[in-house]
Ligand binder design. Structure first.
Ligand code: SF4
Ligand code: SF4
Length: 167
């Protein structure tokens, strides 16, 4: 086959590449084909099932209203492939229980930098105590830790129960 000058200089490929660039450029500026957003001022809508940061839940109504859903069974810790979760169970005081079961999580820590956000902990939980919300911004300007105060990336039970979510 005869090799033309156009083929030898790859002008077709060059032209197709330029066309793609121009199309994307004007598509992005025009809006409907938006591929880049000016985060954090503008944010993409997340999928309903997006798995972001965790929260521990309380009962919102009924006879157990206000009690922690977590019963300290540690199934979430057993299911976690990245060794993120540490649970130490305690016995409930019948006069002032933390949860409606015999036991509750006396300690519930998450080493969140290890987390791969797979959702296995949520799947494993028999009471729906641990859920994953839409927040994902966990960056900080310092980690802390033994030399610099508490490690900001070890989330304790209180953080997980009380955290406010923005999404
Ligand atoms: S989302 Fe996955 S990696 Fe993260 S704590 Fe849960 S089970 Fe572990
Ligand atoms: S979050 Fe769920 S699975 Fe984990 S210890 Fe609490 S009740 Fe058990």
């Amino acid at each position: 086959m005869k090799t033309t000058l156009i083929n030898r200089l790859n002008l077709w490929a060059l032209g197709k590449g330029l066309l793609t660039t121009i199309t994307q450029f004007f598509g992005t500026r025009a809006g409907p084909k938006l591929v880049t957003v000016t985060y954090p001022e503008r944010r993409l809508r997340l999928h309903e099932r997006f798995r972001g940061l965790h929260r521990l839940e309380r009962y919102g109504d009924g006879p157990n209203k206000g009690l922690e859903k977590c019963v300290g069974c540690a199934l979430c810790a057993a299911a976690c492939p990245a060794d993120v979760i540490t649970v130490v169970a305690g016995e409930n005081d019948p006069e002032d229980p933390h949860s409606p079961a015999e036991r509750y999580a006396e300690v519930y820590d998450m080493d969140i930098l290890r987390c791969i956000f797979c959702g296995m902990c949520v799947e494993a939980c028999p009471t729906g105590a641990i859920v994953m919300k839409h927040d994902f911004e966990l960056a900080d300007d310092a980690r802390g830790g033994p030399q610099g105060g508490p490690d900001k990336f070890i989330y304790h039970k209180e953080d997980l129960l009380e955290r406010e979510f923005h999404w």
